[in-house]
Design a protein around this ligand. Structure first.
Ligand code: KG4
Length: 339
């Protein structure tokens, strides 16, 4: 019988401090300390405050994950930690904590790419099958990743400017909605209609995205209407914006699955919680051979369960790092073995 594989995962790339423990792929503990309420006061994540809060909370989430799982540090086989991409100061807290645990308990250290984590979160639903297309849509990234096999990542399309989540957050802000804006827009859009005409940027036939022009168009339209003394119907603006933003994803996914021999499409990242995107992706492949995995809402937000999950695959490949590694705030997924 194979020996049990126990991974302790740590995540601190943005505004969630998290620790999880997996045993042979099964989740034994998944502790998340969210900073959202603190950042809400500022209308977005304040990097300096995020780092300080990670520092305050990291030991507590580790302690709680060990208690909940009933696992001792001696039983843990390796420490997996998010090395990037993300906020530099926030990432440092997780990496330092992971290095400390690895040094004290003499465990291998496994640096994990945050977006690999979001893709592999889908394995808490079912095993990935290949070749697949991962639609990575989050606050900091928008990319289409083609995977021929496990740990084989090829970016086939990406944003040329803003990330989709960033545009949801900025549009929400101009409409007076709370952070994180995507959640509020998702809700409001359901009550609105596509009444405002907005541009669909980047018609170059590629698989790339562009969200900065769309965001600016909404901001300008809102300001123009306000200057004329006209009321902005925020439900309709939310609907109009969401249609175009999600429409761009659907268009690129449609194109990508024609160009690449894809068996499966998986959604990943914070914006994959968007109910309209979920519906449209399912609709797109309803009568086709392409299988779709929609992650449960709990793993669309940042968590360490997904980091531990990738950690298992990297452990089997013996992809370990020396204790002098540092973070990489703009680490590319294709370089996940380079540190
Ligand atoms: O994955 P995540 O934490 O960001 C990064 O790690 O970069 O995702 C956060 C983003 C935010 O921009 C938030 O507004 C967006 O995900 N988001 C949503 C929804 N829930 C969260 N966007 C659209 N619809 C949602 N339901």
């Amino acid at each position: 019988m194979e020996k049990d594989l126990i991974i302790l995962g740590l995540e601190s790339s943005c505004d969630e401090t998290a620790c999880a423990i997996t045993k042979n792929g099964k989740l034994l503990a998944n502790v998340i300390s969210s900073q959202i309420e603190v950042h809400q006061k500022f209308g977005g994540v304040m990097p300096e405050i995020a780092s300080r809060l990670h520092l305050e909370n990291i030991a507590c989430v580790v302690d709680e994950a060990l208690k909940t799982s009933g696992i001792s540090m001696d039983e843990v086989d390796a420490i997996a930690v998010t090395r990037g991409p993300g906020l530099i100061g926030a990432l440092h807290v997780g990496i330092q904590a992971a290095k400390t645990l690895a040094l004290i308990y003499n465990k291998p250290l496994i640096p994990v790419h945050h977006l690999c984590g979001h893709i592999y979160a889908n394995e808490f639903v079912e095993k990935l099958s290949f070749p697949l297309l991962a639609v990575v849509v989050s606050g900091g990234n928008t990319e289409l990743v083609y995977m021929k096999d496990h740990l084989d990542f090829e970016i086939i399309g990406e944003t040329k400017d803003d990330a989709i989540g960033e545009s949801f957050d900025k549009v929400a802000r101009v409409l007076g909605l709370p952070y994180p804006g995507g959640v509020a827009i998702d809700k409001l859009a359901k009550q609105g209609k596509h009444a405002y005409k907005l541009p669909t940027p980047l018609h170059d036939g590629s698989l790339n995205f562009s969200y900065s022009g769309l965001k600016t168009a909404v901001i300008n339209l809102v300001h123009n209407l306000e200057q004329k003394g006209e009321k902005v119907v925020i439900e309709d603006m939310a609907r109009s914006f969401e249609d175009v933003a999600v429409g761009m994803v659907i268009d690129r996914v449609k194109k990508a699955t024609k160009l690449y021999p894809v068996k499966e499409v998986v959604l990943a990242g914070g914006v994959s919680a968007n109910s309209y995107l979920r519906e449209e992706i399912v609709k797109l492949f309803k009568n086709s051979d392409v299988h779709v995995i929609i992650p449960p809402i709990w793993c669309t937000t940042d968590n360490a369960a997904m980091i531990a999950k990738v950690g298992e695959y990297l452990y089997r490949e013996k992809i370990f790092a020396p204790l002098d590694i540092s973070v990489d705030p703009s680490w590319k997924i294709e370089d996940f073995k380079k540190f």
